[in-house]
Design a protein. Structure first.
Length: 919
């Protein structure tokens, strides 16, 4: 290519040819390309020259800004005031410790947030789009970022346009250009040149990067990539960058602010009371009030919640469920209905044609998978396809009306394209037909590709003697409508006998086979284009029905059972035939209770009747994307939280409407992915079930973090407040409070974010979507444990002070270790929220917990025995008998909470009317 002027270079901006005002040939010529596309070498050279087809990622706040942001927090403000206060009072050690704590806290927050962000970045990268191009004369799918000027790009409904294209072929192409022009109505495109002055919205011959193909298809040559595209000039990467905030985290943050305000008031009141009523010295009271505030505010909670969410997202990604919107993690935990496609999601999508039904015969085909090895038989006798003209006609039609590819690679047969079509290629090759040969004899001039809306595919072919044919294949009901005759043998046709075909369809579908009908019609020899009207005019001759098996995935059968155990209804919504859907549904363990329904039955129902049917029915067949949307709405009116799968551009409204839209990563369009909360990398139903389990676990872990932090904080503040009310020496000095807060939140509470799923997580019903986070149970458990911790800490302190008569340092060191031991043992209780942790050794299944406790023990020993700590925190060494009492208290907390679970479980079970094991 002559790189005379470089129109991609910003410097040459003024010389950029106005591609929209020239015809497509100008673009071909300028970029030295053809319909065959660039060669691999050209593409490589240009990639090196022009760089990847990517937009600048949006600017991130700098490291320093992000770090400083962590100081913007009520707790930090209180601590800074306390540091200032201690400095003014001349307590330099305290000032130093407080400032160190501030720094360590912010550092930990900063590092953890960075990790969570990284995890999400990695996940975003998994979603990078792909583009279908012609390279070296072959159609290939490549990552969109490898596109270069001169590449030939194919567009089809649902694609996001990957670069700026000069269109040179269009078929009913309509683009939704809202990303660029703000206009949400899709614009009709063609290949004509327009005035150079035309605005972006009027440049009909162009497809701009970032816009969406709403309908039809087209081909274009890349004229600008990356930042040189129109969208690249006006913005950085589109939308996408999701924050780490979710409704739950926000709710908790708000709760935190509210709590902080109450605590500050409480601290001021305590200060006033202590100073004026109890006559504590001013500096001591100031520090006491500050430590009270610091000990009560659950400052680490939002951070821990975010980390729990990020870990959940990472684990889901490992199970092939990629979260696009973080709040979906929470919603997943309360999903009560999953509506799933059948083909490829519940089934394997490895299709093999097994049955052929013609007007008079049934032919069976052996063999599995895509390997073209198998026999044709009729009435249990092998037949030779070469001697069978009708069979040949059927197979040829299936082979030509086809866009899939089948080839052998390293001894394996690889299929690319639509598996339904792949099965037809294998079938034809079993009879020795060759696509190249057939294609040369009857070259294709045009095509109407398959879409779920019209449910057929048609191709127009011309031979070299001036004849033309339209081959049609599709859902049998649709094809039947368009046929008037049926082929009886190689020569003879007769009038169509619909009853015969309907009976044949029922019989084949009842075996769980997917159905396809194949038909043919002679066409006008001079027409080069195939329009919908040509096909809809009918008059086809029906050749045969093809029955294709697509067995259910083993893991999907298990996942359906898991979902049912978890109180989640699974509904299969498929475009397939009713009888096929029913048979597959049965194999999957669905639809035992109610009738399967077909899409057209739903059309007659009003919304109320539909809601009732939707609730009872598990299998919906012959549905269109509109039915999906109606079904989601109907299920939602019944109070259900719905996850819905989809892949096509027309599924987008249903995916958006669903509480959790789930797009297929493999066969899904960009439009479907962008409308969804979650993308399945492996298109597998089982991954949705895993994601639900993970969602429930994340929610459990967040509850556990709350169940741990709030009572331990409340226990600490009660200890301080009671001492002041009773006029005693403070059981914990402010810096000691800071220490306890810091070490327990980085060890114990953090461990909860990493907790594995509870064993019964998929045996309980979904969480009610409107259930408050602070449920009745939490409102009981939090004060209960708070009082328990307070009683132990305060009691032990008073005992040491008054009965044992030791120095304040000793009593304090003992009190602090008592508090920490209580918190550590209580952490063990939290391995399971409601169930006992000892049976089955569940207690020992959590590595994170034991690791956290191990670290905590080391830190507490240092706190108690290292001389530097004595200076900084005013602690001192304590004796073995003290430790014995401390551990006895910890153990008591553990036992008491286990006993409390026993009682609470009974209460909850009685209220819900279930067995205590099911709580
Ligand atoms: P699901 O909705 O569960 O993914 P599906 O793949 O069966 O199921 P559609 O893709 O809408 O749903 O297909 C509906 C019907 O259209 C199929 O049962 C089949 O008869 C027909 N069909 C499917 N793929 C093609 C194709 N490539 N060409 C022609 N007809 C097809």
């Amino acid at each position: 290519m002559a790189e005379v002027s470089d129109p991609q270079s910003p410097r040459a901006d003024r010389d950029v040819p106005a591609w929209h005002s020239q015809n497509a040939d100008a673009a071909f010529e300028h970029w030295g390309t053809s319909r065959e596309g660039l060669t691999a070498e050209q593409a490589e050279e240009r990639l090196a020259h022009y760089g990847p087809n990517q937009l600048r990622p949006p600017e991130r706040a700098g490291v320093l800004r992000r770090f400083l942001r962590h100081f913007h927090n009520v707790l930090i403000y209180i601590l800074l005031v306390a540091a200032l206060g201690t400095a003014l009072l001349g307590h330099w050690v305290d000032t130093g410790v407080i400032l160190a704590v501030v720094l360590i806290n912010t550092l930990i927050g900063f590092v953890q947030e960075g990790k969570a962000e990284k995890a999400l970045d990695a996940i975003r990268r998994m979603l990078s789009p792909r583009a279908l191009v012609a390279r070296g004369g072959e159609r290939r799918e490549i990552p969109a970022e490898q596109l270069v000027p001169g590449d030939i790009v194919y567009l089809q409904a649902g694609d996001r346009v990957p670069a700026d294209l000069r269109l040179f072929e269009t078929k009913n192409l309509r683009l939704e250009e809202a990303a660029l022009t703000g206009e949400s109505v899709a614009v009709e495109k063609d290949t004509a040149a327009v005035e150079p002055e035309a605005g972006l919205g009027d440049r009909r011959g162009m497809a701009f990067s970032g816009t969406l193909v709403a309908f039809g298809r087209g081909m274009g040559v890349v004229v600008a990539s990356g930042e040189h595209t129109e969208i690249g000039r006006i913005s950085t990467m589109l939308g996408e960058v999701e924050g780490l905030e979710t409704p739950l985290v926000r709710q908790m943050e708000q709760f935190g602010h509210w709590l902080a305000a109450v605590i500050v008031v409480l601290a001021l009141a305590t200060f006033a009371f202590g100073y004026w009523v109890r006559s504590y010295p001013l500096d001591e009271m100031f520090l006491a009030a500050a430590s009270l505030a610091v000990s009560t505010i659950p400052e680490g909670l939002p951070a821990i919640m975010t980390i729990a969410l990020a870990i959940g997202v990472q684990k889901m990604a490992r199970c092939n469920a990629i979260i696009r919107r973080l709040p979906a993690v929470e919603t997943l935990g309360s999903v009560s209905t999953i509506c799933s496609d059948k083909t490829g999601t519940l089934t394997r999508n490895e299709m093999t044609a097994q049955t052929l039904r013609t007007a008079t015969r049934e032919i069976l085909v052996s063999g599995v998978g895509y390997a073209p090895q198998g026999q044709f038989s009729e009435d249990e006798r092998d037949i030779d396809p070469d001697d069978d003209p009708l069979l040949n006609q059927v197979l040829r039609a299936g082979l030509l009306c086809n866009d899939a590819r089948l080839y052998e690679k390293d001894g394996d047969w690889v299929m690319e394209g639509d598996p339904t079509e792949g099965a037809l290629i294998t079938l034809a090759r079993k009879a020795g037909l060759d696509l190249h040969l057939e294609g040369e004899r009857l070259p294709r001039t045009d095509v109407i590709p398959f879409e779920s809306d019209h449910r057929y595919m048609a191709t127009l072919h011309h031979d070299h003697e001036g004849h033309a044919w339209i081959f049609l294949k599709g859902a049998p009901e649709r094809v039947l409508e368009l046929c008037s005759e049926q082929q009886v043998d190689g020569e003879t046709r007769e009038a169509l006998d619909p009853d015969h075909w309907h009976a044949a369809m029922e019989a084949v579908a009842a075996r769980g086979q997917r159905l396809l009908a194949v038909a043919v019609r002679e066409a006008e020899a001079d027409g080069g284009e195939l329009r919908f009207d040509d096909v809809e005019a009918g008059g086809f001759t029906l050749l045969a029905l093809v029955g294709i098996i697509d067995p259910p995935r083993e893991e999907a059968i298990r996942a359906v059972a898991d979902c049912r155990a978890a109180g989640i209804d699974v509904k299969m919504i498929t475009g397939d035939h009713l009888a096929t859907a029913r048979a597959i549904g049965e194999q999957l363990g669905l639809g035992r209770d109610a009738e399967a329904r077909a899409g057209h039955e739903l059309d007659a129902l009003d919304d109320a009747a539909l809601a009732e049917i939707a609730e009872r029915t598990d299998v919906f067949a012959r549905t269109s994307p509109e039915h999906k949307l109606r079904l989601v709405k109907a299920l939602q009116t019944g109070g259900r939280i719905v996850a819905m799968t989809g892949d096509g551009v027309n599924d987008a409204p249903a995916l958006k409407r669903a509480d959790v839209g789930v797009a297929m990563g493999g066969k899904g369009t960009e439009a479907a992915k962008e409308a969804s909360e979650m993308v399945l990398a492996d298109d597998n139903f089982a991954s949705i079930a895993h994601a639900v389990e993970e969602g429930r676990t994340v929610y459990d872990n967040i509850r556990k973090a709350i169940l741990h932090m709030l009572p331990t904080n409340a226990g600490q503040s009660l200890t301080i407040m009671m001492a002041i009310l009773m006029g005693l020496a403070l059981p914990l000095t402010p810096v000691q409070v800071l220490w306890v807060n810091m070490v327990t939140s980085v060890t114990l509470a953090m461990a909860l974010a990493f907790e594995r799923a509870e064993p019964g997580v998929m045996q309980r019903p979904p969480r009610a979507p409107n259930a408050p986070l602070l449920s009745g149970f939490l409102l009981w458990r939090i004060p209960f444990v708070a009082l328990l911790l307070w009683a132990g800490t305060f009691g032990h302190f008073v005992y040491m002070e008054s009965l044992a008569g030791v120095a304040d340092e000793v009593a304090r060191t003992v009190a602090i270790n008592t508090l920490v031991a209580g918190q550590a043992f209580y952490l063990l209780n939290l391995r399971l929220i409601h169930q006992p942790v000892l049976p089955g050794g569940e207690l020992f299944r959590s590595r994170a917990m034991w690791l956290a406790i191990g670290v905590l023990v080391v830190l507490q020993l240092a706190f108690t025995y290292v001389p530097l700590m004595h200076t900084l925190f005013g602690t001192t060494a304590i004796g073995a008998d003290d430790w014995a009492r401390i551990l006895a208290f910890g153990l008591a907390v553990f036992v008491i909470v286990e006993l409390e679970k026993l009682v609470v479980r009974q209460v909850i079970a009685r209220r819900r009317g279930v067995a205590p094991q099911a709580v």
